[in-house]
Design a protein. Structure first.
Length: 567
């Protein structure tokens, strides 16, 4: 049956708006509700929660630069949560970001950098102050502020290491680390390279702010009965990504999970003497502190490139709920102005597009249509330009919701099929990487909504004639989903003779579900995993291996994509 709700329960962050109201409001409308509420409930900055919750989350492990008295305003200013990304020209631009332990109070922050560990150059960083105010169940406001620093570095040589460290004017000096720009997109410059991907990550640690947060409230450690509750799956996947030593990493949305919606939990922040109210006090910005610390081992040296998912629409902030992301992260900024997480970059002979599926989803409509069609128009122009470029062999698109998947929870979204899959056919997109469903699933090559051939483990796909392969890689750390009732897993060593799912469904424009069989579902693996993509550029033919890897490093599926190089 069609649904009148824009937002199914638990599928967008609960930022303190009563649930019956939030269910029928767009993210822009929710943000306006926040503004009106805050005009009636002003908060003095003296009453803001202070400091950075990353300290409490990792201090026990002795790994945090925020350890000790990090919350105190008179404590030494420190820097952590370092992460790096590409600029619009990935071969010459890096974007360095990090988090401050407290308000810098006039202290300046610098990025020292250079082509050797001796550094030699320095740039003053931009400080972005992120203020979060969430209605609380006692009729008040829970308020917090966080501080992030950003430093762009341009004019770098392609695929060369660049050394850097963070420093403050009042004495903090971080350790020297290194990151590298992308390989130039020129046929005589290309060499083999690797990237990794997953989605739906979260963190295995609970934040330390506000007081009273317990393990399991805001982290991934609340697993269902079929999981071992002491296994830290997000950490396991992170270790495998670090071990893979990718040249860059892409994450297909649902990044930090700063509220526990969908977790089967209902923790409430209630001031002393207050009374918990249904639907209030769930969103917690300090989860982001823990998250940035958790990915730092990889993200401080490997460019991480993010798409946005439904749990990333945070209505406490402007810009259609992405204002928090703009404070914490750096996007290349070469996509449509309305969509900060829609962008593209090239690495050698591969073009990568990040798309915001929230804009076209039929399932979760809080931001559906917010770009007014600008994103889809930009995607078509960008795909056409890349496919016409003789230096580009493979085109990869990544986003959150699934055009093709068969889980019981979300299955397939017809909005993506209607808006984008025809473009993927027209411009011969090789690889589509999706999240949203907390499993691994791979299709056979698809064109015009039909599988063109069987592509089992270790098969070779010729995308020009065979079509596009769709991957669901939502096993980055969040508790896993079920496939459709009666549908079994099928993967290397456990293959089914017939992999068809007869009882799946696709979301329709009216918010309903249309039953469909899924003969295109080739690999299904219900556990934690990521994909490793090894690209071998050539002068006559180029190849790309896409390998599925579980949280312990075991490979369970592989396809090779092969394209003739155009003159």
């Amino acid at each position: 049956m069609p649904s009148n709700r824009l937002n199914p329960p638990g599928d967008i962050p609960d930022t303190g708006i009563p649930e019956p109201l939030a269910a029928t409001m767009t993210i822009a409308e929710q943000h306006e509700w926040h503004r009106a509420y805050l005009r009636r409930h002003s908060v003095s900055r003296r009453n803001f929660l202070r400091g950075t919750a990353a300290a409490a989350a990792v201090a026990a492990m002795g790994a945090s630069p925020f350890a000790g008295r990090a919350y105190a305003e008179d404590a030494r200013l420190t820097i952590g949560g370092r992460h790096v990304g590409f600029g619009a020209d990935a071969a010459s631009q890096l974007r360095f970001s990090a988090q401050l332990s407290r308000n810098p109070n006039g202290a300046k922050v610098f990025l020292d950098h250079g082509t050797t560990p001796a550094l030699g150059g320095s740039v003053e960083a931009e400080v972005r102050n992120l203020v979060t105010q969430i209605p609380s169940s006692d009729g008040g406001v829970l308020a917090a502020e966080q501080f992030y620093v950003h430093a762009p570095v341009d004019g770098l040589p392609g695929r060369m290491p660049h050394f850097y460290r963070w420093r403050t004017s009042d004495g903090f000096v971080g350790e020297v680390r290194t990151a590298a720009t992308a390989m130039p997109t020129m046929r005589n410059a290309v060499l083999p390279f690797r990237f990794t991907m997953m989605g739906d990550q979260g963190t295995d640690e609970a934040p330390g702010q506000p007081a009273g947060v317990a393990p399991g409230d805001y982290d991934d450690m609340y697993y269902k009965a079929d999981n071992e509750p002491t296994v830290r799956h997000a950490d396991n996947v992170m270790r495998q990504i670090v071990a893979a030593r990718p040249d860059f990493h892409v994450l297909a949305g649902d990044i930090a999970y700063a509220d526990p919606s969908g977790a089967g939990k209902s923790p409430q922040f209630v001031p002393s003497g207050g009374k918990a109210g249904s639907g209030f006090d769930k969103f917690n910005p300090y989860v982001w502190d823990v998250y940035l610390g958790a990915i730092e081992a990889s993200a401080s040296t490997t460019p991480w490139m993010f798409a946005t998912g439904n749990h990333d629409m945070e209505a406490a902030y402007d810009t259609n709920g992405y204002g928090g992301h703009l404070a914490r992260l750096d996007f290349p900024g070469n996509g449509p102005a309305a969509c900060p997480s829609a962008y593209s970059f090239t690495y050698g002979n591969v073009a990568v597009l990040s798309l915001d599926a929230n804009d076209i989803s039929y399932e979760i409509k809080a931001n559906t249509g917010y770009s007014g069609g600008a994103q889809t128009g930009w995607a078509e122009r960008t795909l056409a330009a890349y496919r016409a470029d003789p230096n580009i062999d493979f085109i990869v698109c990544f986003f959150h919701h699934c055009a093709y998947s068969t889980t019981e929870s979300h299955a397939s979204d017809g909005g993506l099929r209607d808006a984008w899959c025809g473009l993927f056919d027209r411009y011969q997109v090789d690889l589509v990487l999706q999240g949203h469903n907390h499993v691994f699933e791979r299709t056979d090559p698809i064109r015009a909504e039909r599988a063109t051939k069987v592509a089992g483990d270790n098969a070779i796909v010729y995308p020009e004639s065979d079509g596009t392969v769709y991957y669901t890689v939502g096993g980055g750390g969040r508790p896993r989903y079920e496939f459709q009732p009666g549908s079994k897993e099928t993967y290397r060593g456990h293959e089914l003779a017939d992999t068809t799912v007869p009882n799946s469904y696709v979301w329709t424009a009216d918010g309903g579900k249309q039953d469909e069989a899924a003969p295109w579902s080739r690999v299904r693996f219900r556990n934690y995993s990521f994909v490793r993509v090894d690209v071998r550029p050539g002068f006559f033919a180029s190849e790309m291996d896409v390998v599925a890897v579980d949280e312990y490093g075991r490979e369970f599926d592989k396809l090779t994509y092969r394209r003739a190089v155009r003159a």
